[in-house]
Design a protein around this ligand. Structure first.
Ligand code: KIV
Ligand code: ZN
Length: 532
């Protein structure tokens, strides 16, 4: 069975999940350690960031096939090929919608025109690359015989993988399985190609639909780590894999996956995207292997198989919260980070080790999760170019009969500025002090669209991780986070990062570059399809 992971393409389309190029490369390397067969690394025409990320992944990540997405248009395919051409195993994935509603309302094309566009796109892509995947978008709502005509044409034009997407998560397992069987029965040419499924989770059926596809002959499943993706997400990679591994005889499939990397991959994706994994999530949720009831605990002690169909260690879940001592040092920290998929240079390891020691000196007991949170903070550090605003000093006054008041000293474009703010609590006061100063000096109105606070481990001495979303005047959203043992400092760090991201984005977007043209076209152009 071919596991096609699209965390970096469809997963990254999750609201608020945008990743930096550096973060995408870390995830791609971890997916390679997991040994997925295909990594869909992005949609190169979508923006210069997407293009660069796919290009760097193609250059630096070995093992899996590296795939890029392209609409059935020459300019998309050209850009896709430019991005993936340096991979040892490149794949172009081209798609066009085929359901009546998409034909009429979105594409304004006839059925015949869409077949012609499919053939042209596949043939055009084939000039670059032998490995071509084709998807009829919204397949599950497409007239089944028309869908077969499109697929037949794509195979004859040279497609080597045919992917059947349930784009809007409308299918139910039995029906979706029948659709896959129908394709196999009606199109003998599918014998010579990979038949793939790609299911969204709008009705909560993504994994079940994908597995029904496998049962009926699909040989590739497209999925995202932690089930992230557009709207309600895509089929979860870890659930697909563990279904196929645990029930291999039923599905009659074999996998190339390194199962022990599943848990680390899930954690890395969650930490870098900022999308938490629900506690009761199958396979990778914190409670997935926790047995609470006495009867279960008793059974487990007698024989684990009484209540356990998989062992936590099978998916790489080992000794969650090892305590890191004051003297654990660089070596232990480097090991934890390597195991969890992070990569740091010597300077960064030094920074993380120093922070761990600083906390240990304050008598805080440090757990593995604390090290990961600190590492995550350093991964998200801004470059000097992105740092337009720096915090120099901050003080806050609060109490039961005082209006929470904050004053901040900021360095903005090299000049020192002081500002104040009041709020309903100390965090609100600091946030207002920072925003007031930025508005006075730069005239920029930024809005805090979301604020989330999480204690990494238990206790009042826990490290706090604050994740925010900052919105600029044009409605663009910037995600940022801050980690500190002091909730107010963690909040201020996150705010300053978010503000810097918003300001540096707007300064760059105002520079006239050809990359910007591509970006603008995708957001505003009329010639584009709505969904990636
Ligand atoms: O959901 C979908 O239809 C897609 C296609 C591009 C495969 O993501
Ligand atoms: Zn999709």
């Amino acid at each position: 069975m071919i596991i096609f992971d699209t965390t970096l393409r469809d997963g990254e389309q999750s609201p608020g999940a945008s990743l930096t190029i550096r973060e995408k490369i870390l995830i791609a390397k971890q997916l390679a350690r997991l040994n997925v067969d295909v990594i869909e690394a992005g949609f190169p025409i979508a923006s210069s960031g997407d293009f660069q990320a796919v290009k760097q992944i193609a250059q630096n990540v070995q093992g899996p096939i590296i795939c890029g997405l392209a609409r059935a248009m020459n300019k998309d395919i050209d850009q896709c090929w430019e991005a993936i051409r340096n991979s040892k195993k490149p794949r172009i994935h081209t798609f066009i919608a085929t359901s009546q509603i998409h034909l009429e309302q979105k594409l304004r094309k006839s059925k015949e025109q869409v077949i012609q566009m499919t053939v042209d796109a596949v043939k055009y892509a084939k000039r670059y690359c032998s490995d071509i995947e084709f998807s009829p978008e919204d397949a599950s709502r497409t007239d089944i015989d028309y869908m077969c005509d499109v697929i037949r044409a794509a195979i004859r034009a040279g497609a080597t993988t045919i992917n059947i997407p349930d784009t809007v998560g409308y299918a139910v397992p039995e029906e979706f399985g029948r659709r896959i069987k129908y394709v196999k029965d009606k199109i003998p040419e599918t014998e010579g190609v990979i038949l793939s499924v790609h299911c969204h989770n709008d009705l909560g059926n993504a994994v079940a639909n994908s597995l029904a596809g496998v049962k009926n002959g699909a040989t590739q499943v497209e999925c995202c780590i932690n089930g992230i993706g557009e709207r309600a997400g895509n089929a979860a990679t870890e659930e697909i894999i563990m279904n196929l591994a645990t029930r291999g005889e039923y599905y009659k499939t074999k996998l190339n996956i390194n199962l022990k990397e599943l848990y680390n991959t899930s954690r890395l994706v969650s930490n870098l995207t900022g999308i938490d994994v629900q506690r009761n999530k199958a396979i990778v949720g914190k409670n997935a292997f926790a047995h609470e009831s006495g009867i279960h605990q008793h059974g487990i002690i007698q024989n684990r198989e009484t209540y356990e169909i998989m062992r936590p260690e099978d998916v790489g879940w080992v000794g969650e919260n090892l305590v890191i001592g004051k003297h654990s040092g660089r070596h232990a920290i480097t090991n934890i980070l390597r195991e969890t998929g992070y990569e740091f240079n010597d300077g960064q390891i030094e920074q993380i080790t120093n922070k761990v020691k600083e906390l240990a000196d304050k008598e805080k007991s440090i757990e593995k999760d604390d090290v990961i949170a600190i590492a995550n903070d350093i991964t998200h550090q801004l470059t000097d170019d992105e740092t337009i605003v720096r915090m120099i000093e901050m003080s806050v006054m609060t109490g039961n009969i005082t209006t929470p008041t904050a004053s901040v000293k900021l360095q903005i474009e090299g000049k020192t500025k002081i500002g104040t703010g009041v709020g309903v609590g100390p965090v609100d006061a600091v946030s207002n002090a920072i925003k007031n100063t930025i508005q006075d000096v730069m005239g920029k109105k930024l809005r805090l669209a979301e604020y989330n606070l999480k204690a990494i481990t238990g206790g009042t001495d826990a490290l706090a991780r604050v994740a925010i979303k900052m919105e600029d005047e044009n409605g663009n959203i910037f995600r940022a986070d801050g980690v500190n043992e002091d909730v107010i400092r963690a909040s201020a760090n996150a705010l300053i990062k978010g503000i810097n991201k918003a300001i540096s984005y707007n300064e760059n977007i105002n520079k006239p570059t050809s990359d910007k043209d591509i970006h603008d076209k995708i957001i505003c152009g009329n010639d584009v399809q709505v969904s990636k």
